[in-house]
Design a protein around this ligand. Structure first.
Ligand SMILES: C[S@@+](CC[C@H](N)C(=O)[O-])C[C@H]1O[C@@H](n2cnc3c(N)ncnc32)[C@H](O)[C@@H]1O
Length: 212
């Protein structure tokens, strides 16, 4: 949400993508629809460092896409810790598994294909960190599915919560369903006494909520 030149400055002063992340970015742009859904180097490094700081045992990601953010977060994990990542789009499976294998983190990344609304309740156990980055319409539903399964001190992150600025009425022509869902989600988190929260203006906006 910051001016492009300033964001370029942020990228230039953040650890650069390694070969694998650069390959994921390249292949996603070449072969996959809507490549702009990818996390970039700033968000990727932010996620990796956050995992290093939190030292979670179990991380859940809803919305794998081509694996960029999953690999970034898995790189931050301690030995024995796990990242579970879910995506509904089976067409990307071969590509994503190839990237996961190349990362050398296949023992720590559990990749599931299916609808997170059905899969999350079927996965047992609690989580220390959850990254919500799937369809915006269901953000509040994903939150409801996980909030009571987050350990105290655990974190829920949700991406794109500024929705290209459309959270402000002056930046949209009409109120579409996705924007409405994001507005509802942001209000819900800000008012939920179970968590304390902060909106981070990183890229398209990240909601960070910490379970009390
Ligand atoms: C914004 S992309 C994820 C980007 C990825 N986290 C990254 O940073 O590179 C959103 C993904 O959510 C997936 N998705 C949409 N609805 C879903 C659902 N109900 N269950 C699981 N995944 C879903 C889409 O298939 C898409 O790959």
């Amino acid at each position: 949400m910051i001016p492009e030149e300033l964001f370029d400055y942020c990228v230039a002063h953040t650890d650069p993508e390694d070969e694998l992340l650069a390959e994921i970015t390249r292949q996603t742009h070449l072969k996959v629809l809507k490549p702009r859904m990818l996390s970039g180097p700033v968000q990727g490094k932010f996620l990796e460092l956050l995992v290093k700081m939190l030292r979670p045992d179990r991380v859940l990601e809803i919305g794998t896409f081509t694996g960029y953010s999953a690999i970034c977060m898995a790189r931050g994990l301690r030995a024995g810790a796990k990242l579970i990542t879910i995506d509904i789009n089976g067409e990307l499976e071969v590509m994503v598994r190839r990237f996961i294998n190349k990362s050398g983190l296949e023992q720590q990344i559990e990749y599931h294909i299916g609808d997170a609304l059905q899969l999350v309740p079927a996965i047992s156990g609690n989580f220390d960190l959850v990254f919500i980055d799937a369809d915006k319409i269901n953000y509040a539903n994903y939150y409801d599915l996980v909030v009571d399964r987050i350990n105290s001190g655990g974190i829920i992150l949700a991406d794109n919560i500024l929705w290209s600025g459309k959270v402000l009425a002056q930046n949209r022509k009409k109120l579409d369903k996705d924007t409405e869902a994001i507005l509802y989600f942001n209000k819900k988190i800000a008012e939920d006494p179970r968590v304390e929260n902060v909106v981070l203006p990183i890229r398209d906006g990240i909601m960070m909520a910490r379970k009390r």
